[in-house]
Design a binder for this molecule. Sequence first.
Ligand code: CAO
Length: 569
Amino acid sequence: MDEIKVPDLGGFEGVEVIEISVSAGDSVEVDDAIIVVETDKATMEIPAPAAGKITALKVAEGDKVSEGDVVALMELADAGTPKVVEAADVKEELIETPSNVSTEPEALSTPAASTPAPSLAAVEQQVLVPDLGGFSDVEVIEVSAEVGQQLEEEDTLLVLETDKATMEIPAPISGELFSIKVSEGDKVSEGDLIAVMKGSADVSQVQSGSASTSAGQNAVERNSEEKVKVQSPSADSSIDKTKAQLSSAVSVAVNTEATNGASDKVYAGPAVRKLAREFGVSLAEVTNTIGASGPRNRVLQEDIQNYVKHRLNAAPQQTSGAGGGMGIEPIPEVDFSRFGNVRQEPLSRIQKISSQHLHRCWLNVPHVTQFDEIDITDLEDFRKSVNKEGTYDTKLTLLPFLVKAVQKVLAEMPRFNASLAPDGETLIVKEYYNIGVAVDTDQGLMVPVVKNVDTKSVLNIAADCMQYALQARDGKLKPDALQGSCFSISSLGGIGGTQFTPIVNAPEVAILGVSKASIKPIWQDDGWQPRLILPVALSYDHRVIDGVLAAKFTTRLKQLLEDSRHLLL
Ligand code: CAO
């Protein structure tokens, strides 16, 4: 068992734990954030020193920690991995983490030594990338101000991000942003010129004469006013410097999202910001829509997740409810209470999910439905006699025969056992036979999947169907039971109806709808015979399947079920 300790925090003591990023039992990779601590100027992730499993957490949000405090216990994944959990090891990483801005005026020169320096002088200041604690080629993830903008000292100019920290580079003086030399996505290293500002500085407070030239190669032209040029300090490699940098110039993870100004502050750590970028989510929008649930209004990972869920839920409501979609005019909202009493019944989670899915399928798949009628008189006689004999434990309904017959047809016509690739240019043909069976539950429609039907007997399939139907109705279906379907069957035969047009369960390309069998007079052997006729409807994706193939499918299905001995072959 190894301890993860707080590293050297650059001299800070009693730093607040603002986020616990893992739970006991979580597996972590090396460098995954364990906790996040925050001073008033910097937010730092304390990372896992090696891959392994967190066995216990020793701190809680709101706790104050100092160097050497134990944060968590972990079991290393590789027992042979050298221990890298000593504070010093982590420290190195941490000290690299919070980068710094060294744009504070350290030395000024005046062009005319004899001219008495005014207490306030026009200042043209180059803003250089500070010591990044050893990192180079760090990405500019935000340009937070615009050329011409009036900034206050400490307003954010840029945000840089390493994989461990997000660093805000603030304006070193108040004044106008004269030019900006980098764009989002650029990579910068220490000493790179990132911006030039024009403003005024109280020169009486700074030393003169010690450094008289600009460090930047892109020096801007001076105007005719008396100017003072400011240069970033040279690198200094002590922990004291880190401390000073932390406490003065750097605001790590004090992030602005807006590119048009520094007023709308959004607080989030690097991992959260990365997640937001991966989802293409605006942190400001997350804050406005969901709120920021972390301490000091920090956006947390779950805020992003909740925001994404919110958007996913909202989008289909727009199309399936009152809102339009795909350029279709929305259905106008009606105040039904004008016509009588109404009540609101919220949809269940399953109803919401399936309504969104069905709507997507309906809009994305060009549907055609092929109808047919199958004489199942003999099959029903056989089924009933088997059930009556009671030879087998499993009760046979019509459904497992249908599943088996469909699988046989899929094997013969693999185009039905396929999905269209997202680019619409390739057909992905499956060489396994998993068949989804629609089950009606109190919570809504569910489609458990009978797997590897080709390897199962009708009785095995019947047992699977029964088990899944019971589990679905008890809400006990495991996620795996709902995945991997190649083709679906929706049977309303136990209920009634003469036909219906099922919606293809995309990305599958066809679905069989089964209605209630009824006795019909059929002309047979020169006479009318009472036969049990099963109405079926095959809906298919017309991009993949043409009408001829669909008619062949139902014809072959009919053949197999009308003489069920074929199912044995
Ligand atoms: N014609 C006539 N009788 C039929 C029949 C059909 N097409 N299909 C089933 N039956 C009979 C069964 O054989 C059984 O009769 P017995 O008791 O005499 O043996 C009886 O109806 C009840 O069957 P069942 O519904 O319990 O079992 P099943 O295997 O046929 O179906 C299941 C199981 C889970 C598919 C079904 O219960 C169900 O939930 N159907 C609804 C599917 C659904 O919601 N589809 C969505 C449509 S789109 O929203």
